[in-house]
Ligand binder design. Structure first.
Ligand code: ATP
Length: 515
C-alpha cells in the first residue's frame, strides 16, 4: 500500500472513530457509497454550508437562495437532457470482474504523467531555489517534455473519442495505452457501454397510474424551473444569481472512494443569470472568485488547481474544475460551467411557457445565459478533513493526532475544563459555558487527566481549550491552550469572547474574498 493510500485509510477510520462519518446502515453491513454524518461531522458540514451560503447569498446583493424539492416533474429531465445523455462509460475487467469508468482509466493515466512532471519540477525547484524558472524548465527539460507530449497525445485521442461519442475507439485507446486492471493486472476488458446515472422510482398509489419519476441528479434544475418565479417576485435584474444547497442522487458506476463519490450526496450550486454575450466575462469572474473562496480557508494554495474540460457536458460552452489535492491525487472539487441558455431554452420548449427576461434598457425579451458554480458539500468536507489530519511526534516522544481544521469550520470552538471536580471549579467552568454557548459551540468535560482531555479535543479539531484552576477563583483568569501550537497562556475570562470572535468568526474568511 502506498503512503498516500495508507494515509487515506487512517483519515477514514479517524472519521468513524471520532463521530464524523459512519457507513449508512452499518449494522446491516452498510450500503455501498452511502454515508451518515455523526455528531462532529454534522457540525463541520453545517459550518461549510454556512461559509458557502454567506459568501454567496449574504455577501451578494444580487444573489438569493431557494430550497426546491428533490422530486420534479419527469419532463424536467427529458428537457434537461439527463434522460438521454446523463451517462458515464463503463467497462469491466473480465478477470477481476471489477467495474470501472472507462474515462477515469484514461484520466488516471494522464494524472500519472502529470505527477511525474510535478515531481521533476519540485526536485528542480529545490535544486535551483530562487533561480528556478518553471516555464523555462517545462520547455527545456527532456523528461518533462517527453511526459507532456505523452499527455497531449493521450488527451487528443481521448477528445476524439468524446467528440464522436465513440465507445469502440475508447476501448481501443485503453488497449493501445496498455491500461490494465489494478486488481487482476490484465487488459482483458469488455466493450465500453453507456450507463445512465439517474435513480428512478414511482409516484402514485395505483400501479397503473404511477408515473416514473427521478431522484434529482443535480440541484440546478430546481433553480431553472423557478427562474421566473424568483426573478418576478424578487424583482431581480440581470445579472443575478440563485443559490441552493441540497441532496442529489447518482447511481455511480464505481463507488470506492469514501465520501468522494457517493450515490446520495449534497451539492451547493449557484446559477448566475446573465445577458447573452457577457457569459465569458462572468465565467472568468466566477472561476476566480470560487478559487479565492477555497484558498481563503488557508489549506495551502498549492493544493488547488484548475482543470479545463476537454469536452464540456452537453449543456456547456466552457467548463473548468477546481481540483484539490486529495490523498489519492488532484481530483475535482468544484465545477464552473458556462451553461449558455441551454436549460432555460429547453424548458421553454418542453413546457410551452416563456422563460424570458424583459430588458428594460434595450426593450428586448430574451432567454438569459447562465454561469454555474457547483461544489459538492461532501467533497468539501473530505478536502477539509483529509487536509486537517496530522500525526505529530512530540518533544517528549509521545504522538498525537490533530485535526488542523480551519477554526471557523471547527465543529466545536471551545472546550471548557475544570482542573478538578471539586473546590468550586466546575461551577466556574459551567458559568463560562453558560455565557459563551449563545455564540459558540462549546463542550464541557471534567473526566480524565487534562492531557487526555486535550488529546481528545485535538482529535476532533477544537481550536481552543480552557482550563479553570484555583487561580481562576482568585483573579478570574483561565489557561487557554492553542490546538496547533499547543502553547498555553493565561487570559481573563472576560476576554474569552472577543478572543474567540477574532479567531473563529467567518467574517475573517469572507473579508478575504473582497480583497
Ligand atoms: P465527476 O467527474 O467526479 O463524476 P462531475 O463532473 O460529474 O463529477 P458535476 O456534475 O460537475 O460533477 O457536479 C458538481 C459537483 O458535485 C462536483 O464538483 C462534485 O463536487 C459533486 N459531486 C458530483 N458527483 C458526486 C458524487 N457522486 N459524490 C459526491 N459529490 C459529487
Amino acid at each position: 500500500m502506498s503512503a498516500e493510500e495508507n494515509n487515506f485509510k487512517k483519515v477514514v477510520s479517524h472519521a468513524k472513530e471520532y463521530g464524523f462519518v459512519f457507513q449508512s446502515s452499518e449494522i446491516y453491513d452498510g450500503l455501498q457509497a452511502v454515508y451518515d454524518y455523526g455528531q462532529n461531522g454534522v457540525e463541520l458540514k453545517n459550518n461549510i454550508k454556512k461559509y458557502w451560503w454567506m459568501a454567496m447569498v449574504q455577501m451578494h446583493e444580487n444573489i438569493v437562495g431557494v430550497d426546491s424539492a428533490i422530486f420534479m416533474h419527469p419532463t424536467t429531465w427529458k428537457a434537461s437532457g439527463h434522460v438521454d445523455a446523463f451517462n458515464d462509460p463503463l467497462i469491466d475487467n473480465k478477470d477481476s470482474k471489477k467495474r470501472y469508468r472507462a474515462d477515469h482509466l484514461i484520466e488516471n493515466l494522464v494524472a500519472k504523467y502529470e505527477a511525474k512532471i510535478e515531481k521533476d519540477i519540485n526536485k528542480a525547484k529545490k535544486k535551483f531555489a530562487d533561480d528556478f524558472d518553471e516555464a523555462q524548465f517545462r520547455e527545456t527539460n527532456p523528461n518533462v517534455k517527453r511526459n507532456q507530449s505523452k499527455i497531449d497525445e493521450i488527451n487528443a485521442a481521448f477528445k476524439t473519442c468524446l467528440d464522436n461519442d465513440d465507445l469502440e475507439a475508447m476501448k481501443q485507446l485503453i488497449l493501445d495505452l496498455k491500461i490494465v486492471c489494478p486488481i487482476s493486472g490484465t487488459s482483458n476488458w469488455t466493450d465500453v457501454k453507456q450507463f445512465n446515472l439517474m435513480f428512478s422510482t414511482e409516484m402514485g398509489s395505483v400501479a397503473s397510474d404511477a408515473n416514473t419519476i427521478y431522484l434529482r441528479p443535480e440541484t440546478a434544475q430546481g433553480i431553472f424551473v423557478n427562474y421566473l418565479n424568483v426573478q418576478k417576485t424578487g424583482r431581480m435584474k440581470l445579472p443575478f444569481g440563485i443559490a441552493q444547497i441540497g441532496k442529489a442522487f447518482r447511481n455511480e458506476i464505481v463507488a470506492r472512494q469514501f465520501i468522494f463519490r457517493m450515490r446520495e450526496f449534497e451539492q451547493m450550486e449557484m446559477q448566475f443569470f446573465v445577458k447573452p454575450g457577457t457569459q465569458k466575462e462572468w465565467y472568468e469572474y466566477w472561476k476566480t472568485l470560487r478559487m479565492k473562496w477555497h484558498k481563503a480557508l488557508g489549506m495551502g494554495d498549492n493544493n488547488y488547481q484548475y482543470h479545463d474540460h476537454l469536452k464540456p457536458a452537453h449543456y456547456a460552452d466552457a467548463a473548468a474544475d477546481i481540483e484539490f489535492r486529495f490523498p489519492f491525487g488532484f481530483k475535482e472539487l468544484e465545477g464552473i460551467h458556462s451553461r449558455t441558455n441551454f436549460d432555460l431554452s429547453k424548458h421553454e420548449e418542453f413546457s410551452n411557457k416563456k422563460l424570458r427576461y424583459h430588458d428594460s434598457e434595450t426593450n428586448e425579451n430574451y432567454v438569459p445565459y447562465v454561469v454555474e458554480t457547483s461544489v459538492g458539500l461532501d467533497r468539501m468536507f473530505l478536502s477539509v478533513l483529509s487536509n486537517a489530519y496530522t500525526e505529530e511526534k512530540l518533544e517528549d516522544g509521545s504522538e498525537r493526532v490533530v485535526l488542523r481544521i480551519p477554526p471557523a469550520l471547527a465543529p466545536i470552538k471551545l472546550a471548557v475544563f475544570p482542573l478538578t471536580k471539586k473546590d468550586g471549579l466546575p461551577e466556574v467552568a459551567k458559568e463560562i459555558m453558560a455565557e459563551l454557548k449563545f455564540d459558540y459551540n462549546c463542550l464541557y468535560e471534567e473526566k480524565d487527566a487534562i492531557g487526555r482531555r486535550y488529546r481528545r479535543m485535538d482529535a476532533i479539531g477544537t481550536p481552543f481549550c480552557i482550563t479553570v484552576d484555583h487561580q481562576s477563583l482568585e483573579d478570574k483568569t483561565v489557561t487557554i491552550r492553542y490546538r496547533d501550537s499547543m502553547k498555553q497562556e493565561r487570559i481573563a475570562i472576560e476576554e474569552l469572547s472577543s478572543k474567540l470572535d477574532q479567531e473563529t468568526n467567518m467574517k475573517n474568511l469572507l473579508k478575504q474574498l473582497n480583497a
